[in-house]
Design a protein around this ligand. Structure first.
Ligand code: NDP
Length: 466
């Protein structure tokens, strides 16, 4: 009997995706370019219909037509080498899916390359990590709709399900799926950093201990902040270190790593003139965290402000909650603005209400308020900015004072709050009808004769300033 799908790359994600498919009654051919991972999965296949192959040709021959091959290897040149090894064995109409975190422009290039061979290529954004891959990730496929329709029965059943709906919908042509996954990761960077800043305020400024903060995060998870990241932060804060008995968080070094998708989100927004300052600030916060030795040296040279009086805990815990929620709204507003603007630029016709819905399950940024985001775009698909939707406009109106107080108190205390303060700056900049950019235009015209537009009539003008 032929296999219904094949998986290439049996690392952390690939083996779990393969097991997920096999758990849903698919006969899955498995292949890895080095045999060890294939053998390991065969040993641990738990009776699932996973069928090992040790050369590409036999792997391909074992598949039903059109062949459906899900590649889950390290992003970059590994994908190109897997594609090159497959091309001689594939036929017109066969489908390769790339489930890794490939750059969307690489996906577009590979799509065109395979198109010349009559082979379909789907760039599949996958979010959910190891557990999500096994039990149901959020899936963002981009390619031709015809090719997606062929693989949809499998992708929709292995995806996370929320209220009976799969967290997998067709995103759009070519690189659109990987683009949506990339910006999802950028939003994730901002969301994580905002939570870290709320934690710092509770710990450093209010002087709460780790367990109290864990309880606060748990209680926040019962309300409008309910989300996977808030939930795991409470879990993280409760975890003790086996060796020292201390909260594990206190023995984890404060140097954040990153694998590049947040950077790509920022670079893409900069290339396309989109203000995603909160996402970019989250990236810079990781960069600054990385220079630990410099920070330690600077701490003894560069002084901060005088100590400030103690604050009323209950009042400020609620202020921090509101500030965090407003920061989150601003960060998602930036991410969804990047979707809208890029969709127009690349002619992708991204359906933002559906993107918000597929983020509700499986993925790292799954959160209660994605339902409200989806409703906002369902009501007005051409909404310029999420903050303008009535629900969010009311929220930011109600919570802005708290965000201002938290940012101001953080600044007076010398506590860095890069994403909270950038959220406030974004909010205030976005709602400024008459900005100071007229000064910039005058300066540009003064030193470079760059011309300026006038407020009272059409056209471009130049002034002899001296
Ligand atoms: P792993 O490092 O666990 O697995 C990488 C896989 O790629 C291994 O099977 C490896 O085989 C294979 N591989 C490496 N180089 C080549 C090559 N030149 N030719 C063929 N195969 C190769 O990574 P993950 O499973 O974590 O990640 C896979 C992809 O999924 C990446 O793009 C990642 O960004 C993405 N991703 C990861 C998530 C996560 O949470 N880990 C979440 C979402 C996406 P071997 O070991 O034999 O070298």
């Amino acid at each position: 009997m032929l296999n219904s799908i094949g998986v290439i790359g049996l690392g952390v994600m690939g083996r779990n995706i393969a097991m997920n498919m096999a758990s849903h009654d698919e006969n899955v051919a498995i292949y890895n370019y080095t045999p060890d991972l294939t053998e390991q999965l065969v040993t641990n296949r738990e009776g699932l219909p996973l069928h090992p192959y040790y050369d590409v040709e036999a792997f391909v021959r074992s598949l039903e037509r059109p062949r459906k091959i899900f590649v889950m290897v390290t992003a970059g040149s590994a994908i190109d080498s897997v594609i090159d090894s497959l091309i001689p064995h594939l036929e017109t109409g066969d489908i390769i899916m790339d489930g890794g975190n490939s750059h969307f422009l690489d996906t577009e290039r590979r799509f065109d390359q395979l198109n010349e061979h009559g082979i379909e290529y789907i760039g599949v954004g996958v979010s959910g990590g190891e557990v999500g891959a096994r039990t149901g990730p959020a899936i963002m496929p981009g390619g031709t709709k015809e090719a997606y329709d062929q693989v949809a029965p499998i992708l929709t059943k292995i995806a996370a399900q929320v209220n009976g709906d799969p967290c997998c919908v067709y995103i759009g042509p070519k690189g659109a799926g990987h683009f949506v996954k990339m910006v999802h990761n950028g939003i994730e960077y901002a969301d994580m950093q905002l939570i870290a800043e709320a934690y710092s305020f509770l710990r450093v400024r209010l002087g709460l201990d780790v367990e109290e903060i864990a309880d606060i995060f748990s209680s926040w998870n019962d309300g409008e902040l309910k989300s996977y990241l808030i939930e795991i932060t409470a879990d993280i804060l409760r975890k003790k270190d086996d060796e020292t008995g201390l909260p594990l968080i206190d023995v984890i070094l404060d140097q954040a790593g990153q694998k590049g998708t947040g950077k790509w989100t920022s670079l893409q927004s900069i290339d396309n003139g989109i203000a995603s300052s909160i996402i970019t600030e989250a990236l810079f916060a990781r960069y600054l965290s990385a220079v630990k030795a410099e920070r330690v040296a600077a701490a003894s040279v560069l002084g901060g402000p005088e100590a400030r009086p103690a604050l009323d805990k209950d009042v400020w815990i609620e202020r921090i909650r509101q500030a965090l929620y407003m920061g989150k709204i601003a960060a998602y507003a930036q991410g969804f603005t990047q979707y809208r603007t890029s969709s127009e630029l690349y002619d992708w016709n991204l359906r933002l209400e559906e993107i918000a819905l597929i983020f509700r399950g499986g993925c790292i940024i799954r959160a209660e308020f994605l339902n409200v985001i989806s409703e906002a775009f369902a009501t007005d698909a051409s909404l310029d900015n999420l903050m303008l939707a009535p629900y969010f406009a009311d929220k930011v109106q109600a919570y802005q004072t708290s965000l201002r107080q938290v940012v101001a108190e953080g600044a007076l205390t010398g506590l860095a709050s890069p994403c909270l303060s950038t959220s406030l700056t974004y909010y205030d900049s976005y709602r400024t009808a008459n900005s100071n950019a007229n000064i910039l235009q005058a300066q540009r015209d003064y030193f470079g004769a760059h011309t300026y537009a006038r407020t009272d009539r059409e056209g471009m003008f130049h002034t002899e300033w001296q």
